[in-house]
Write a protein that binds this ligand. Structure first.
Ligand SMILES: Nc1nc2c(c(=O)[nH]1)N[C@H]1C(S)=C(S)[C@@H](COP(=O)(O)O)O[C@H]1N2
Ligand SMILES: [Mo]
Length: 544
């Protein structure tokens, strides 16, 4: 930059103010510092109080239902990274705009920092679960944003905007002349400005990442539970999955879904952390004996292992919000019977640590063969954090939103009219048994397959009854019975496959399942809302 230029510089009289690019950067730096420090302080003081995540949760909770549904069905398990990236873009844009508007005076940037900070504070205070300590992180965050912006802005003004006493035209001092030109020179100010800006960027990023890491450091409790489960004697082991239980070679999923691949659906941007030793479940309401269970209480009860296919009500026909695991847990039914459930009770109103809640019908949970669990293990390890560590509820045959409470903390035995759950309040049904459905995994929609014999394959489910038959038809022709995989139990999916031999051209394959009670999958097309998608899946493809 030592080439002598005759082009006017921004610092020359008449073109005063901070250059636009750097002004925008100042806004982003100040807000970035606020976000990063907020994250770090939250991790240290009260993990649930992160201002950014609280705003994200507010976005989830107050989003119009069609938007939430779009996100769940189209992004599924990726909905959270997508929301966070979207927020990052919006916050950066707002911060940059605030900075840009502050080329001469700090006020627009200050207002921007205050508005964003107050949004964080409001979101934290209005969160479902709030305790007074939670205000610390958003307040510190706001303070840091303000101080950083004022300081950097002041420094930048002194670098780019000549001070009145400097008088006359301001020219760039020659390289290295900074220290000598009247006390603190422009050059050294500039170094301070750029140096502190860069340092600030690094520190904000570091504290943000540090905060996220700290908040997620509950792994020792999980490891202890995994070790305890490995040593525990189970009163019921899930039978080994027979080799013929899936047609993975023909394009179906493997029978058991590995934990990292298990679909994840919840409204928790931050996984609510709790150790097993801190965990308590209070069972109260319409019971003879109000009970509080600890994790040790659960470990002392008979532990059972069950293979169960969970399904999300938001799963569209053909969708992948369905997975299967071996869950370890304790039977819920005897716990309720011991508590002495009143005859008038209709629902278990369960709440998770982060305040999400739902209604589960008591008559379903009390069915002797239903196999409802308080689950603590999944595929041989403690529940993964995102699947509800330390304890979640699972009721085979009911969609997750009315039965699968993760990070379980409270169970009120009550009537339906007394309490309404999170999704009910957003237009979903009070009760939601899983519908009999099938899915085509091969061929893929829109794919081209070579002429000759081709194996179509997929899955079907009808928990807790089990799948009796799957039929396949091509181009609306006669239904053919497909080959079924070895049945594991009625609470799980079953795979199907069948060979077809088709002439070149466009074709459409369809399926329908029948359960052990003879109920046939309906062809009535329904959206996921209010109680689960239905209809025969249809896949169009080309034979070449
Ligand atoms: N605490 C909590 N539990 C929850 C939810 C939630 O948002 N919060 N979502 C439910 C829904 S809609 C489903 S489908 C299942 C999904 O469980 P998974 O993520 O372990 O697959 O969890 C249920 N339990
Ligand atoms: Mo769900």
């Amino acid at each position: 930059m030592s080439t002598v230029s005759t082009a006017p510089r921004r610092t020359e009289p008449g073109v005063r103010g901070i250059p636009p690019g750097f002004a925008a950067v100042l806004g982003v730096l100040a807000v970035g510092a606020a976000v990063g420090v907020g994250q770090l302080v939250a991790a240290l003081v009260s993990p649930a109080s992160s201002p950014v995540l609280a705003v994200g949760n507010a976005v989830i909770n107050y989003s119009p239902e069609p938007l939430t549904e779009f996100a769940k069905t189209h992004f599924g398990t990726n909905d959270k990274p997508i929301l966070l990236s979207g927020m990052a873009v919006v916050i950066t844009a707002v911060a940059a705009a605030g900075g840009l508007a502050s080329r001469r005076f700090p006020r627009p940037g200050v207002v921007t920092v205050v508005v964003l900070g107050l949004a964080g504070l409001l979101a934290v205070v209005a969160a479902t679960v709030f305790s007074p300590l939670d205000v610390i992180a958003p307040l510190v965050s706001l303070g840091v944003g303000l101080v950083v912006f004022r300081r950097l802005h002041g420094l930048a003004l002194r670098v780019y905007q000549p001070l009145p006493e400097a008088g006359g035209p301001v020219t760039e001092p020659p390289e290295g002349a900074g220290e000598s030109s009247g006390g603190v020179g422009r050059m050294s100010r500039r170094n301070v400005l750029f140096g502190s800006s860069a340092a600030l960027g690094v520190v904000s990023l570091g504290s943000g990442i540090g905060g996220l890491l700290l908040a997620d450091s509950g792994s020792s409790s999980r490891n202890a539970v995994t070790a305890a489960l490995a040593k525990a004697t189970l009163t019921e082991r899930a039978p080994a999955i027979p080799a013929g239980a899936s047609f993975a070679g023909s394009g179906t999923p493997t029978f058991i879904t590995a934990n990292p691949d298990f679909y994840r659906i919840d409204v928790a941007l931050r996984i609510p952390g709790q150790t097993a030793s801190d965990w308590r479940l209070r069972i109260h309401g319409l019971v003879e004996r109000e009970t509080t269970l600890t994790f040790a209480d659960l470990m002392r009860r008979p532990l059972v292992e069950r293979t169960i296919t969970m399904t999300c009500v938001s799963n569209p026909v053909g969708g992948n919000l369905i997975s299967t695991a071996n869950f370890i847990g304790v039977e819920l039914r005897p716990i309720l019977l011991e508590a002495g459930i009143h005859p008038g009770a209709q629902q278990l109103f369960t709440t998770s640590i982060d305040g999400w809640n739902t209604s589960t019908p008591t008559d379903v949970v009390l069915e002797p063969d239903r196999g409802a669990l308080l689950a603590i293990g999944m595929n041989g390890e403690a529940l993964p954090p995102e699947h509800g560590f330390p304890v979640r509820m699972i009721v085979p045959g009911l969609y997750g939103y009315v039965s699968g409470t993760k990070w379980l903390s409270d169970m009120e035995v009550t009537t339906f009219s007394a309490q309404r759950g999170y999704w009910y309040q957003r237009g979903w049904s009070e009760q939601a048994p899983i519908k009999t459905e099938s899915r085509i995994d091969r061929p893929r929609a829109g794919s081209s397959v070579p002429a000759g014999t081709f194996t179509c394959a997929g899955i079907a489910w009808s928990q807790p009854t089990g799948v009796e038959a799957v039929e396949v038809r091509v181009d609306g022709g006669p239904w053919q019975t497909a080959q079924l995989s070895t049945e594991v139990n009625g609470r799980t999916w079953r795979m199907w496959r069948t060979d077809v031999d088709l002439a070149p051209g466009h074709h459409t394959v369809q399926t329908r399942a029948t359960n052990h009670d003879g109920a046939v999958q309906t062809d009535t097309i329904a959206d996921p809302i209010p109680n689960g998608a239905s209809g025969w899946p249809a896949t169009s493809f080309t034979v070449v």
